[in-house]
Write a protein that binds this ligand. Structure first.
Ligand code: FE2
Ligand code: FE2
Length: 426
């Protein structure tokens, strides 16, 4: 049984419904554009010039909307046309997804003040990669300071992270945003998209700073297309995005919402598990005195990703709260399975990037256990049973790379902004 009304099966109303029609408009679905009005006197015709033909306004100025299949016109959507006199949303009717009968572009009322705080906190912490000096890393990269194994690790690492920071905003653009029907969350996610681009700029700036030309940079960046373990990990996330975009059920239906929830969980995995694991590899190098400038870039990115994870978790829990039927035993087991798959993929990535079992200061075994620890923390943050029960943090030294928060995030809802182990949820 689908949990939505079937109004999508009716023809969508005209985008101009509600407008008082003139007789000429009533005769055709597309109103004629008004004739141009000019107060200037008509120029005197020149004898030699051909007569200027009075042409009708170009039709391209009044495009005809095509019917949109499989989307209820009542669903709040950024694709909905404006309508005259549409009632403003009240806080009770606003929903995080599946809101109906209001215009999603209205910024008031703010139904979820904590999400607005997420936005303001993120904006207060904006940074630019170019503020970080890369001189020491350039010297190390060009003077053989890194072993061949460390270079391979770094290349896999930055290639994967760069591809990932493309996938996350693509997912927001292509799959998530159209489902979000609270304006403040839409603003936050747009800001997140900008931050992910800033992360791409950071990776780009790092390789550029090493003195690599476009060919050299390209050989590194393209590894995500060459190494099977990187391809698998990225395609795993892309599958969830495509399941939302290509869902055969109407937006707002239980089936579409399930695809959306799976996608949200898989991208929570990105922010909370895949990214920190990737950063830990470069922090391990930095502990050996290598690529410390790069590590500083990663520290700033990590801080952003943790804020993204906080918001992602909030979003998932809110979707569940407002749609409790979604979070049944089957879906909860599916969430555990998703995290299990993610942990396995991360472990495989660890082996591929460290084919000899590790580098100095970081073993594949520790890396896998860290992935499992984060997988369990993620599950617990969604009130689900853990899978692996890792007792001790295998890389507790990561706390050295923690960046203390610069503002009081979320007024105590996240008590301590820690990145080495788990965020301290309330
Ligand atoms: Fe990012
Ligand atoms: Fe992110």
């Amino acid at each position: 049984m689908l949990e939505f009304d079937d109004s999508h099966s009716h023809p969508p109303p005209s985008p101009l419904s509600g407008l008082k029609k003139t007789p000429s408009q009533a005769a055709t679905p597309t109103p004629a554009a008004p004739k141009p009005v000019s107060s200037a006197p008509a120029p005197a015709p020149k004898a030699a010039a051909p007569a200027v033909e009075q042409r009708p306004p170009a039709e391209v100025l009044t495009p005809t909307a095509r019917p949109v299949p499989q989307r209820s016109s009542e669903l709040a959507s950024s694709l909905n046309f404006m309508t005259i006199g549409r009632k403003r949303a009240d806080a009770d009717s606003i929903r995080i997804i599946g809101g109906r009968n209001y215009d999603v572009r209205q910024p008031v009322p703010v139904k979820y003040p904590s999400v607005r705080e997420h936005f303001l906190s993120a904006r207060n912490n904006f940074w630019t990669p170019h503020e970080i000096s890369m001189g020491d890393d350039k010297v190390q990269w060009n003077t053989g300071a890194l072993t061949e194994e460390e270079i391979w690790l770094f290349k896999c690492n930055i290639s994967y992270l760069t591809a990932s920071d493309n996938l996350v905003p693509d997912n927001l653009n292509n799959a998530i945003l159209e489902h979000i029907t609270a304006n403040e969350m839409r603003q936050y996610l747009r800001w997140q998209i900008a931050e992910e681009s800033n992360h791409i700029e950071s990776y780009f700036f790092i390789l550029e700073s090493f003195g690599l030309d476009e060919k050299g940079q390209g050989q590194i960046f393209s590894l995500y297309q060459d190494v099977p373990e990187l391809v698998n990990k990225l395609n795993w996330n892309l599958t969830f995005t495509n399941n939302v975009v290509n869902c055969e059920y109407p937006q707002g239906s239980m089936e579409a919402n399930r695809a959306l929830l799976e996608d949200l969980i898989s991208y929570y995995v990105f922010e909370y598990l895949f990214f920190p694991l990737g950063f830990s590899q470069v922090f391990a190098l930095a502990r050996q005195g290598k690529l410390r400038n790069t590590a500083q870039q990663y520290q700033y990115i990590w801080r952003d990703e943790n804020l993204h994870a906080i918001n992602e978790r909030w979003l998932i829990l809110q979707v569940i709260k407002e749609n409790p039927g979604l979070w049944d035993a089957t879906m909860q087991e599916r969430a555990r399975a998703i995290v299990n798959e993610a942990t396995h993929l991360e472990s495989e990535f660890g082996k591929a990037s460290m084919p000899n079992g590790g580098i100095s200061g970081l073993s594949v075994k520790s890396y896998t256990e860290y992935a499992q620890l984060m997988g369990d923390n993620l599950l617990k943050s969604l009130n689900l049973k853990p899978l692996f029960n890792i007792k001790e943090h295998p890389m507790s030294w990561l706390a050295e790379y923690e960046m203390k928060q610069e503002v009081n995030f979320f007024e105590g809802r996240v008590r301590d902004y820690r990145v080495g182990t788990a965020l301290d949820w309330e």
